[in-house]
Design a protein around this ligand. Structure first.
Ligand SMILES: Cc1cc2nc3c(=O)[nH]c(=O)nc-3n(C[C@H](O)[C@H](O)[C@H](O)COP(=O)(O)OP(=O)(O)OC[C@H]3O[C@@H](n4cnc5c(N)ncnc54)[C@H](O)[C@@H]3O)c2cc1C
Length: 591
């Protein structure tokens, strides 16, 4: 596999030329103090060095070696401990963390681009800091001051890591039926008992302590999701002076053997009366966990993009070098026995699809991160509320669409390599295997689609999606909007709005309509959102072609997106409007 290079030029383009984040930062006092264009670029450049130079070289061997479990101890593959140490020493675990407790305090739009680089280098490696950063978010937003002081500094410093313990053998999507119990103790702590499965980073050798965030039920809890509480449960107890004490009563029973992300430990965790501390009020656990989930879900979407980017970088090198057959219009490389495969229309179709999805996904995930920053830091309540509603709307799209396209992208990358994409040597098959989990964990993509349509679109009576479509309309109708891109963008928005109105109408009489339309609706939404991103990028690139090939390439890819990928909305739209009837023609026994 070709060496990974962080796509810094494109990242800077998205940040400064498309989203113009410096203007936003200057308006938000909390960010104006810590970040400007120069700082942002310096951080991204450093992140590019450690990810490409230290983490990326471990990706292939760590997939071969995997994690090993023996008597409750999990050993990560060779090189991970040292790489993690270097990563932690650089302050990268706490890049977006609260500066009051030792985090770097960077905006999400910066940490999101850092996450892309880490996950392109190694998805398995990226999960350890990602879970830690997510756990820190919940602690920072919902835990007592005492817990924050005791845990956040070491977690941001990467000395301790975090995990998220939701899933149980009988309870995955439906967390309302979890069985893990939390018994209140006289000293205000709780004793947790139960088994969690599939816990990423539940046990490993990268850090001296692991801080588990565990969902459990109090003895008198109401049934269902309203009876869930969240607890902080350390692997090793922390003494009053901050030193480490006894092992807590929890252990890793085994690890899973998986299709991909083999260097990420996926653990069965047994809690046997383990001591824990409540985060937020009793029975408010799911709400507290959702703080973490909004960030994690964007992070998982970015994992899809990250694998797609790594796959593209390899595929493009290969397509320039591999020679097979002659170009349709006659020999191009006359000195060779055949032409490089990049001359063939179908290979170009695959490469351009990959490029359009990656660059569209980078712009979209950065756009969502900007909304997260606005929701967190704006001092104007109306602006904050709008941004919060946009985050609520766009988070399931970012998680599911970026990962669905991530898989399509890695499969195109594999296909560009022909048979060499199927064998292990070139690394493309690993990217396909690694990317596949991103569609499943952190709420399956089917559940993300239900969330989008049920909670966000129907639940708000269409109000949340109007924020987004109004913004697109304002952009595309402005006098300086490039008609070549704004006209098809407006047409796509019209289709999305027609389908939204019809779906709101149908969902009133028939609850099955939401689930029947949701996946295709999410994709229709996603392709329209990417069309907005591509129109924004095209506008930023227009007129600059002569300055740098980068802009010519950007405009060519924008034209490809509008000509070849956006038309997928017509088929999606037909499926959305088909309704639920055809899904219920068979009884369960007739399948
Ligand atoms: C490698 C890996 C790492 C993971 N890491 C973690 C972790 O760190 N922490 C953690 O707590 N969990 C983790 N998970 C668990 C993961 O989040 C769950 O597997 C996932 O949420 C799905 O739950 P499930 O496997 O029980 O599937 P189920 O909930 O049984 O779902 C099975 C199928 O039914 C569908 N379905 C279920 N309910 C509905 C519905 N209402 N409407 C429509 N379709 C529905 C689903 O979309 C899916 O296709 C991990 C899993 C894996 C494999």
């Amino acid at each position: 596999m070709a060496d990974y290079q962080a796509p810094l030029r494109d990242m800077r383009f998205v940040l400064h030329e498309v989203l113009q984040v410096s203007k936003l930062w200057a308006q938000l006092p909390a960010l104006a103090e810590v970040v400007d264009e120069e700082t942002a670029n310096a951080i991204l450049e450093e992140a590019g060095k450690i990810t490409a130079g230290v983490i990326a070289p471990l990706n292939r061997a760590s997939d071969e070696e995997g994690c090993v479990w023996a008597d409750g101890v999990v050993t990560t593959p060779a090189g991970f401990v040292e790489a993690y140490q270097a990563f932690a020493d650089g302050g990268w675990v706490g890049v977006g963390g609260n500066a009051q407790f030792g985090g770097m305090g960077m905006p999400k739009v910066i940490s999101a681009q850092v996450e892309e680089m880490v996950n392109s280098s190694s998805l398995s490696f990226g999960l350890y800091p990602m879970l830690t950063a997510g756990a820190c978010l919940s602690i920072n937003a919902h835990a007592s001051e005492e817990l924050k002081q005791a845990y956040l500094p070491n977690m941001y410093a990467g000395v301790w890591s975090g995990s998220m313990c939701l899933t149980e053998p009988h309870a995955g999507t439906d967390l309302g039926i979890i069985r893990t119990k939390a018994e209140p103790q006289a000293d205000g702590s709780y004793k947790l008992t139960g088994t969690k499965i599939f816990i990423t980073g539940g046990e490993h050798d990268l850090t001296e302590n692991i801080i588990h965030l565990v969902l459990a039920k109090l003895p008198d809890a109401p049934a269902g999701p309203k009876g869930i509480s969240l607890f902080l449960v350390p692997k090793v107890m922390v003494n009053a002076d901050g030193s480490l004490g006894e092992r807590n009563a929890l252990s890793c029973g085994s690890i899973e053997h998986k299709m991909g992300i083999k260097a990420s430990s996926t653990c069965v965790m047994n809690f046997d009366g383990a001591t824990g501390y409540i985060i937020d009020a009793p029975n408010r656990g799911l709400a507290a966990m959702f703080t973490m989930m909004n960030y994690e879900r964007l992070g998982v979407g970015i994992q899809g993009l990250a694998t797609g980017e790594r796959s593209y970088q390899s595929a493009i090198d290969y397509a320039r070098e591999r020679i097979q057959s002659r170009a349709p219009g006659g020999a191009v490389a006359k000195d060779k026995v055949a032409d490089p495969i990049i001359v063939h229309p179908d290979v170009r179709r695959m490469l351009l699809t990959m490029k359009a999805f990656n660059e569209g996904g980078r712009a979209f995930s950065s756009y969502v991160a900007v909304q997260l920053d606005t929701a967190k830091y704006s001092e104007d309540p109306t602006t904050r509320k709008r941004a919060e509603e946009l985050v609520a709307l766009l988070t399931p799209v970012a998680k599911a669409f970026l990962t669905d396209l991530g898989l399509e992208t890695t499969i195109h990358g594999q296909q560009v390599f022909g048979g060499h994409g199927y064998v292990r040597e070139w690394g493309q098959e690993q990217l396909v295997r690694d990317c596949r989990i991103t569609q499943i964990y952190e709420g399956t993509n089917g559940i993300q689609a239900l969330d989008l349509v049920g909670r966000k679109v129907v639940g708000s009576g269409g109000a949340f999606s109007r924020h987004f479509t109004d913004e697109i309309r304002a952009f595309a109708s402005a006098a300086d909007a490039p008609a070549e891109f704004s006209e098809p963008l407006l047409a796509a928005v019209a289709i999305l709005e027609t389908q939204t109105t019809a779906l709101l109408e149908r969902a009133r009489d028939n609850p099955r309509e939401i689930g029947a339309a949701s996946v295709e609706y999410l994709h229709l939404f996603g392709y329209t959102a990417y069309a907005y991103m591509w129109a924004l990028m095209a506008k930023a690139a227009l007129g600059k072609d002569a300055q740098e090939d980068f802009y010519t390439s950007k405009l060519g890819t924008a034209r490809f997106y509008f000509a070849r990928l956006l038309p997928r909305i017509h088929s999606l739209s037909a499926s959305v409007s088909a309704g639920s009837d055809s899904l219920y023609l068979l009884d369960a026994e007739q399948f």
